[in-house]
Each structure stands twice: as C-alpha cells, then as structure tokens.
Design a protein around this ligand. Structure first.
Ligand code: FES
Length: 158
C-alpha cells in the first residue's frame, strides 16, 4: 500500500525547483490528490521549499479553496453569496450546524458529512442553493433541508 508520505513525496518530486512561487501550485496538487491538506503535507512542503511551516500554513489559510480536514462521504457546499443570503442561507447554515454538529470547514466524526460555506456557487437565480457532492438543491427551506440530510443518512446506512 502506498503511504500518505510516499504520495506527498511523489507530488513534491513534480515540483523540483526550490522556488517559493511553487507553493500555491503545490498546495493545489496536494489538495487535488487527497481532497484536503494534512499537517504532514504542510510540514513536508515547508521543508521542500525551505519555508517555515507557519508561513506555509498562514498562506494556505488565506485562500479559502484549501481545506484542512478530510472531506466527508457527502460534501455539502452551502452558498452564502448575496442572493442566497437574502434567500435565507443563514437559517440553513444554523440548521446544518444543529443537524450535523459541525461548523464551516469541518467534517462529522463518522466521516459522513463535511460542510463548506461558499461565496457563490453559480446558481444565484435559484437561491438559496446548496450542493451535495455536486448535486444542486435550489430554493430549499429548512424543512426540505432536514429531509435531504435524512435521505443521505438513510442512503449511507442502507
Ligand atoms: S449567491 Fe448563491 S449561487 Fe450565487
């Protein structure tokens, strides 16, 4: 079995130039490979580019496309752009926090759901919008949201 370390090293080998401008492409490559950026990856990238770990982490957190925990089986992207905000995404967010007991950027303990609040997911005319693994749910109410989550839980257990 190929370990996480070996997979990270294989990515680092693709960026042999010890240049600091390789940092963002490297972070992107790690995220594409694993779906998130682990602590080990941050440390190894820092060593590879001769940058302090704190710098790598600081820069990675500046860009909100990077995630630092593994995604759940079902990854929920909740839009909180202006149309969706006006359409009630705040209420949906509050309900998701209650239902899943996680916040933005987190994954449930059982690994089933992860949640990410985004600024716009490109369907503003149908607000509020949420996507689960790329499937869009538009114009949803809190009641419908509960049903959607329930359905995914049932699918996972059945
Ligand atoms: S503001 Fe929500 S999809 Fe654009």
């Amino acid at each position: 079995m190929v370990t996480e370390t070996a997979r990270i090293d294989e990515i680092l080998d693709r960026f042999p130039q010890i240049k600091r401008n390789a940092l963002i492409p490297l972070l992107q490559a790690v995220q594409d490979e694993f779906g998130y950026i682990s602590e080990e990856a941050i440390v190894r990238i820092g060593a590879h580019l001769s940058l302090p770990t704190s710098k790598v982490y600081g820069l990675a957190t500046f860009y909100n496309q990077f995630s630092f925990s593994p995604r759940g089986v079902y990854h929920i992207a909740l839009c909180n752009g202006s149309s969706c905000h006006l359409g009630g995404s705040g209420e949906l967010f509050g309900e998701l926090i209650k239902l899943l007991e996680i916040g933005d950027g987190e994954t449930t303990r059982d690994g089933l759901f992860s949640l990410e609040v985004q600024s716009c997911i490109g369907a503003c005319g149908q607000s509020p919008v949420m996507a689960v693994n790329g499937t869009y749910f538009s114009g949803i109410t809190v009641k419908e949201l509960r049903e959607i989550i329930k359905q995914y839980r049932e699918d996972a257990s059945g």
